[in-house]
Design a binder for this molecule. Structure first.
Ligand SMILES: Cc1cc2nc3c(=O)[nH]c(=O)nc-3n(C[C@H](O)[C@H](O)[C@H](O)COP(=O)(O)OP(=O)(O)OC[C@H]3O[C@@H](n4cnc5c(N)ncnc54)[C@H](O)[C@@H]3O)c2cc1C
Length: 455
């Protein structure tokens, strides 16, 4: 008897949801289980995108129509690789797609990274975005702060530190984040990049938006606006690079507006050491760089010590390794060839695929995960059509839930998300806000499973 193609998608962030969407629209009859480690779906849209970006957070609403479909079942609060192994999953599915994203900070190897007051950006993001896997308190006593890295995550961290707690209170931030931000002493935030304006990884909109806060004065030193031939070429080739440069030039040239919190963006300053005293950050040492004509930079041998009491390292995210799945430790992604998971010798692991940040590394916006998912799902469908996938021994959807129940796993569902969503909106409404996030893991599970009566 014919049955739908059974697929497990691991990770309910944008990549996993888009991959599911494309499969459901492919014309192939499919039945998909979307596994998620957290009790709630949406990955970094919920736990990465900054709370003062409601338009981006709102992408969740457009993803609802994907998860509303009958061919897709969300199974949350299950960590694949820990609660359930890949080998166990294989008995239920023709194919497994990993879309497990990235959660941790990439290492920055300079002296002083272990000092008190030296923070990974991902940890701070986890804190302010209410992720229960991250610590729930934060030391915001620094008056001057350095942020290393000229990408959007660096901008997010710098903006959250430079805004006032009251500016952020209108967002979905939980109470403990608001009260901690109230204690924020920062009046100066310094972003550092080792290369020039044309090499910055900011996107134009996010850079421009910094200036919208009445509390933030964005300052760029005109000396830092410098381009070589390769930089000029980069501006010509990409409109977004040119727009970023134009915005930075605007910041460098204009009169100050008199806002109380200063946000400096420094270029050509390469962090070489985080300085400490008695185990605590007291400064950041940078080396002045200059363009080498090819879009790269070289050191000048001139060093500056900046007096800061905290340093945030926003130098990129990295993915977690999944047991039983080949991992490329140099690139920090699942070993893959355009989407097929491959062994160390380059041979394809049948039935396993990757998409999103865990496939190509932590770069790109939410929208980019869509085209990426298409490449992966095309491969999967071609393999299925070619008959190279091994049929599962228990393809019936009920077999999965029976298995999870037998394990005692309190999984959450898509209906459960609607309950959690309603609870968060209700909490927000009493304060005139759209939503207030529920942080605690057990609370999320209780709302999602509708068993608050157990209290
Ligand atoms: C701080 C920050 C801010 C950002 N801001 C923006 C922005 O404003 N606009 C924008 O367009 N993009 C933004 N991005 C980029 C965007 O978040 C990514 O492009 C996108 O989330 C990548 O999608 P993904 O599905 O690959 O990974 P993720 O979003 O990380 O989703 C992966 C999912 O897999 C789950 N998972 C992991 N391991 C397991 C496991 N073992 N079992 C089950 N589930 C698992 C995770 O819990 C997570 O839900 C931001 C990124 C960061 C880090």
């Amino acid at each position: 008897m014919s049955r739908p193609l059974r697929v497990a998608v691991i990770g309910a962030g944008p990549a996993g949801i888009y991959a599911s969407d494309i499969l459901m629209k492919s014309g192939q009859e499919v039945s998909i289980d979307l596994y998620e480690r957290m009790p709630a779906p949406f990955g970094l849209i919920r736990y990465g995108v900054a709370p003062d970006h409601p338009r981006i957070k709102g992408i969740v609403n457009s993803l609802h129509r994907v998860l509303d479909r009958d061919e897709l079942r969300l199974l949350g609060n299950i960590e694949i690789g820990k609660d359930v192994s890949i080998d166990e999953l294989r008995q239920f599915y023709d194919a497994i797609i990993f879309s497990t994203g990235a959660t941790q900070d990439r290492d920055l190897e300079i002296p002083g990274v272990d000092l008190d007051g030296s923070f990974g950006a991902a940890d701070f993001v986890g804190f302010y975005d209410g992720n229960p896997n991250f610590k729930r308190t934060w030391d915001l006593s620094a008056q001057s702060v350095a942020v290393i890295g000229v990408g959007n995550v660096g901008l997010d961290v710098a903006r959250i530190l430079a805004k006032t707690a009251d500016e952020l209170h209108v967002t979905e931030i939980p109470d403990n984040v608001y009260s901690t931000l109230k204690s924020n002493a920062a009046t100066e935030v310094h972003i550092f990049g080792r290369r020039g304006p044309a090499q910055a990884k900011f996107t134009p909109l996010e850079l421009k938006e910094l200036d919208h806060s009445p509390n933030i004065e964005v300052i760029v030193d005109p000396e830092d606006i410098d381009y070589d031939e390769a930089s000029i070429e980069a501006r010509r080739e990409a409109k977004s690079v040119d727009l970023v440069c134009q915005t930075l030039e605007g910041y460098a040239m204009r009169e100050p507006k008199g806002a109380p919190h200063k946000l400096f963006i420094h270029f050509f300053e390469s962090p070489v050491e985080i300085l400490g005293e008695d185990g605590r950050v007291v400064g950041l040492k940078t080396e002045r760089m200059e363009l080498d004509g090819n879009g790269g930079v070289r050191g000048t041998g001139n060093f500056t010590e900046w007096s800061v009491q905290s340093v945030y390292r926003a130098v990129g995210y990295k993915s977690d390794e999944m047991p039983e799945v080949p991992f490329d430790a140099a690139k920090n992604v699942i070993r893959n060839d355009g989407g097929h998971v491959i062994n160390h010798d380059g041979s394809i692991v049948p039935g396993l695929y990757a998409t999103g940040w865990v496939k190509r590394g932590p770069v790109g916006l939410i929208g980019n995960t869509k085209s990426d998912a298409k490449e992966t799902t095309d491969m999967l469908l071609a393999d299925y059509a070619a008959g190279t996938l091994t049929a599962p021994s228990s393809p019936a959807p009920e077999a999965v839930t029976e298995f999870l129940d037998s394990r005692g796993i309190a999984f959450t569902t898509w209906n459960g998300w609607y309950q959690l969503d309603a609870a968060e909106k209700a909490l927000g409404e009493v304060e005139g806000r759209e939503r207030k996030k529920i942080v605690e893991w057990d609370e999320m599970v209780k709302h999602s499973r509708g068993d608050l009566s157990a209290d």
